[in-house]
Design a protein around this ligand. Structure first.
Ligand code: 5GP
Ligand code: MG
Ligand code: MG
Length: 179
């Protein structure tokens, strides 16, 4: 374990196992409705989770990326800004949005609204992590990997100051690192 990490909340083995369960569940659910989603991953935090998850989605999916920002340091702020838009059109498509973590819920709410405004038929959300205690807007992911307590975490895509995204587990950062 790296010395900036206080403790591991979710191990690599747990993430791999849960991703395969989610992938199977997602495949079953979409198959029932005869839909194949366009998978939209939010950069950069969801990339390791996307890579793990899509191995277990047994459908002919395509994926695309969006980058939005709303989070600075360790505090979330209001509106989002689009830093990189999708390459393809979402008109009439079922979207499966892939997120690293749902915190206040603002990002998800705004991105979902945006995709619906662009003509998406349906938006479902899969998030590796969920911090339900922090929610300020009413929104829930359709699929959640792990519920975690209200602590600032890094690893498996999640950063502090753009670092620690490459850690293979979810860990709590020692407070002295960001104080
Ligand atoms: P929300 O809009 O739900 O408040 O924020 C979602 C975004 O905030 C996530 O995509 C992530 O970038 C960031 N975020 C929220 N909680 C954490 C956390 O504990 N650690 C890290 N590294 N980022 C977080
Ligand atoms: Mg993010
Ligand atoms: Mg970003």
């Amino acid at each position: 374990m790296r010395d900036v990490i206080d403790r591991i909340l979710v191990s690599e083995e747990e993430i791999v196992k849960r991703s395969s369960e989610l992938g199977k569940q997602i495949s079953d659910d979409y198959r029932k409705t005869n839909e194949t989603p366009l998978v939209v991953a939010l950069l950069k935090g969801s990339v390791p989770f996307l890579a793990e998850l899509i191995k277990h989605i047994d459908l002919d999916i395509q994926f695309d990326f969006m980058d939005v920002s709303s989070y600075q340091g360790t505090e979330s702020i209001g509106d989002i800004r689009i830093d990189k838009d999708l390459d393809c059109s979402v008109k009439g498509l079922s979207i499966l949005l892939v997120e690293d973590i749902v915190d206040t819920g603002r990002t998800l709410k705004e991105v979902t609204k945006l995709l619906m405004n662009k003509g998406a038929k349906d938006v479902k959300v899969v998030s590796l992590l969920d911090k339900p205690d922090r929610r300020v807007v009413e929104i829930e992911a359709d699929y959640v990997g792990f519920e975690i307590p209200n602590e600032f975490v890094v690893g498996f895509g999640l950063d502090y100051d753009q670092k620690y995204r490459n850690l293979p587990y979810i860990g709590v950062l020692k407070p002295e690192v960001y104080k």
